[in-house]
Design a protein around this ligand. Structure first.
Ligand SMILES: NC(=O)c1ccc[n+]([C@@H]2O[C@H](COP(=O)([O-])OP(=O)(O)OC[C@H]3O[C@@H](n4cnc5c(N)ncnc54)[C@H](O)[C@@H]3O)[C@@H](O)[C@H]2O)c1
Length: 322
């Protein structure tokens, strides 16, 4: 199958591309700032298109020229950059998503998978978020992503596009470079493993759900391949590690493997403001379980930290850790 991945050389895009290439799919990666390090082991097996999601013509050209059957839309500005530059975030996350959906409509591309986020929830949420929980985001990033979920649903009913989306909590894995409100998860493992001190930017008691990157990539691949008639909920929560640890509990899990870990806490007020309304500890993914058989393989924190450290040891170049 021929598949276009926007944000295709990013943290998740590159991992999904690696999986698809290994399976024999033809893959086109569209990215504003292609990161060749992440795809160095398979760059000759993909087509790379340098482009900006915010420019409709660049997205249309990529969609028209690549003759793909599916777009996996991962290109995005994450939470911290979106907060710093909400105007650019609007262009990338909102206009960019419109451009992708329009490209699919205009060039007859059957399916679009969109990647949304826990940050679409916010005000009034309790400890558990289901797919029916009212989404009232507090951030530019969450607001833009919620619009993407809704816009895709509209394209599904109005134009018959096979739109689907997954809503991830924090995705933890090696080599992610862009700071977002819950990026401390990955850096709490990565910095100590590299012998570097880590100043955690949330308080010790902060709890935020997370999923391991191998599970996240598996979910992206899996949801695309579900028969269209099985897709009812359309926008799906996808959960990973359970129970959700506090930042301190994560540090303790890391310490079992890296006893000399140098971790201190300096909570950033702007990020802690987000956690004042974001109280979700459980992402209820029962719809994904029922409709497409989803279940996380990495739900145990300790096993996840262990695999993360092994992955860093086994593939340092892939994650830019050398
Ligand atoms: N990482 C997480 O914890 C997390 C959690 C929930 C959802 N998501 C979603 O997963 C998707 C992938 O995130 P990621 O962690 O791989 O982030 P990332 O920042 O590593 O990757 C995003 C990619 O998008 C590209 N990009 C940014 N602006 C662009 C533009 N204007 N035009 C074209 N490309 C552009 C970047 O160059 C980058 O390669 C995003 O949609 C994100 O919102 C991520």
């Amino acid at each position: 199958m021929k598949i276009l991945i926007t944000g295709g050389t990013g943290f998740l895009g590159a991992e999904l591309a690696r999986l698809l290439v290994a399976r024999g799919d033809e893959v086109v990666l569209f990215d504003l700032a292609p990161d060749l390090v992440r795809i160095s082991d398979f760059k000759d097996d993909v087509k790379l298109v340098h482009g900006n999601l915010a420019y409709a013509s660049e997205v249309y050209n990529a969609a028209r020229d690549s003759h793909v059957e599916r777009i996996v839309h991962l290109g995005s500005m994450l939470s911290v950059p979106s907060n710093a530059n909400p105007w650019a975030s609007f262009q990338v996350n909102v206009v960019g998503t419109m451009n992708v959906l329009e490209a699919a409509r205009l060039f007859g591309i059957e399916q679009v998978l969109f990647c949304s986020t826990l940050a679409t929830y916010g005000i009034g949420c309790g400890a558990t978020a289901t797919d029916e929980t009212i989404q009232r985001p507090t951030t530019m990033y969450g607001s833009g992503k919620l619009y993407g979920e809704s816009l895709g649903r509209f394209y599904r009913t109005r134009f018959g596009l096979d739109f689907r989306s997954v809503r991830f909590p924090s995705v933890m894995g090696p080599g992610a470079k862009v700071k977002h409100v819950s990026q401390y998860y990955a850096w709490m493992v990565e910095y100590p493993a590299l012998g570097k001190p880590f100043e955690c930017f949330v308080a010790e008691g902060t709890k935020s759900p997370a999923i391991y990157f191998k599970d996240a990539v598996r979910a992206l691949d899996m949801v695309c391949r579900v028969p269209r008639e099985s897709i009812e909920t359309v926008n799906y929560n996808v959960a990973g590690i359970a129970p959700t640890p506090t930042a301190k509990e994560l540090e303790q899990a890391v310490r079992k493997h890296v006893p000399g870990a140098m971790v201190t806490y300096a909570p950033e007020p702007a990020i802690m403001e987000y956690y004042k309304t974001m109280r979700i500890e459980v992402m209820d993914d029962s719809r994904a379980r029922q409709e497409w058989g989803w279940s996380a393989q990495y739900s145990d924190l300790d096993a996840t930290v262990q695999d993360f450290l092994e992955e860093m040891r086994n593939n340092p170049a892939r994650y830019g850790l050398k």
